[in-house]
Write a protein that binds this ligand. Sequence first.
Ligand code: GTP
Length: 333
Amino acid sequence: MPPPGLVGRVKALVLIGGFGTRLRPITYTVPKQLIPIAGKPVLYHVFDLIPPDIEEVVLATGYKSEVIEAYVRSHPPPWPVRLVAESEPLGTGGGMKNAGAGMSDPFYLLNSDVIAAADLGALRALHEHRGGVGTMALAEVEDTRPYGVAALGPDDRIEAFVEKPEPADAPSHWINAGFAIWAASVLERVPGGRPVSFEREVVPGLLSEGLFGFRLSRYWDDAGTPERILRSQQLLFDDARGGRAGLPAGALGSGPVAAAKGVRARGASFGKYVTLGEDVTVEPGAHIENSILMDGVYVEKEAMVLSSILGPRVRVRTGHRVAGQTLGEAVEA
Ligand code: GTP
């Protein structure tokens, strides 16, 4: 149920078109949104933020659209979903424009690579209360360099918005958390037919129409780099969003381990924070800790995998040690 005072169901637009360059080589074959964290893909942690009474969710896809589509079809979310694919990358604004026909007023906009505890119903309620053209969720971070940074005035009105500033130029530590609610009219402000960065080209021009911040008070992380993915995984496990966490049958150690179907790990040992994809095998005497092993990974006996992300069908040889690595599909280590 929407909070009192809110009427009408709204739609959501999810941006899923980026290349995920910071997660290569895994993202050469797997879009970053499908990397499993604490037992399920990043994208599905984003889906968890979307209220169940949503009218429709539009996925603006591009890079590896067919892989996303196949996964979403086989793991249907609880609301109507529609994919609109870009034939060439249009950037965040171009993706919104391309997929935004028929959006509700207002509509939610979500990036597909953030991990957060947040209540979108409360975001909407605040937006309806304050008015203006949009309300953007903001997270407080130490290092603002990779993000869009907001200068906040009274009532958390965003008075300036600087994309990826040098530290000396950052107006605060409050950054664009990757989800917001916008009036449908903002779509008319995005130039059509070419790539557009919404944050750089459109948002600054919207400030005079009233853009407000919604400060997140619990956790937030950007699952865009290997270190941040592993940190996000810890946050999710610690918040008990790790799905079927425990230990695989016959395994030793502490866990938590989120294991998909077909995992074989009898006699292997596990430290904290591990995701095992489908049909992963970990032989006896091997040890895994703080890592993500995607579908079909095979770890031979006495090997060790620490703080690493292993792409599908990676094989770790007997006695080998993999630490702090991101390995692409089918690599042998
Ligand atoms: P990096 O290359 O590692 O920075 O990742 P990225 O390409 O995903 O870029 P970034 O993290 O800045 O993207 C922010 C959000 O916008 C993510 O949810 C992306 O999937 C999405 N996005 C980025 N570029 C496009 C695009 O061209 N089209 C669409 N539809 N979405 C995009």
